[in-house]
Design a protein around this ligand. Sequence first.
Ligand SMILES: [Mg+2]
Length: 320
Amino acid sequence: MTPVTIDKIKGVFFGQAIGDALGLGTEFMTKKTVRQHYPNGLSEYSAIIQDAHRKRWNIGDWTDDTDQFLCIVDSIIQSGNVDEIAFAKELYRWFKDAPMGIGQTVYRVLSIPQFTLYPHRAAEMIWRFSKKQIASNGAIMRTSILGTYDFWNYASVERNTTKIARVTHWDSRCAGSCVVVSLLIAHLLKENDGLDIQQLISFADTYDDRIKPYIELAYEKDIALLQLDEPTSIGYTLKALSAGLWSYFNATNFEEGILEIIHEGGDADTNACIAGSILGAKFGYHSIPKKYIDGLLYREILEEKLDAYLSILNERFSTQ
Ligand SMILES: [Mg+2]
């Protein structure tokens, strides 16, 4: 792999974690509340207000989104492959430690007996219980990593992404939104070039025609159109997708993209970790301001896992 590709993969890891850690600062706020709490804007981990929700995390810590991203990484490091059972086991190990910030869908699916043996069945069962309504953002918040694994083989990227998304989220809008992000990242790595709106829509349409309007919305310059803080749709997978794609289409650099997203409120940590991983793949690790990298509380853990992951990926790349 070239140094440019490695820089972009590093950008995905750090972009994910930084978006998550900074986005916690405005998570579940309306755009108006964000302005009240941060009259001069939020651009430092240390400026995150310490209310009842946020003070559960230390400054510079990431939340469940990146925890689960790293469960995928750990499962790859251990099994050498993308495997839904290996991932389900890692996820369950994390779940047993009573993690903070866990989403409802993940909680319900992992509470089904024998989840680690039959994760897809458990996810489908919970989805059917919801009358096929649940399409939350708990899968898209973790799957960006799968745009980097075997990024040179788009069919493999798509297959890996759907099987890991479906470990907890069965809806076609969830799988489709995860695949759109993964394929975008894979193209940014392989071709050093992204995808245009029509290409993104054509990938999305093979999963669910409800995804397309959210891609079109993301293409608009005005971020307010995304209504990321609209209370009834916070946590919807297509909202998170539109936030990530908005930053891809409209941000001129990493920092600008992340900051624009978090100042919209809503599920800001999730929205910003997706934006961060895409922007990391687009602009590279070297474009990320140092203060965001250095300020990550568990930066060393992230770097260790990244190194172990890169050696597996390098090996696969050289023998493809
Ligand atoms: Mg979170």
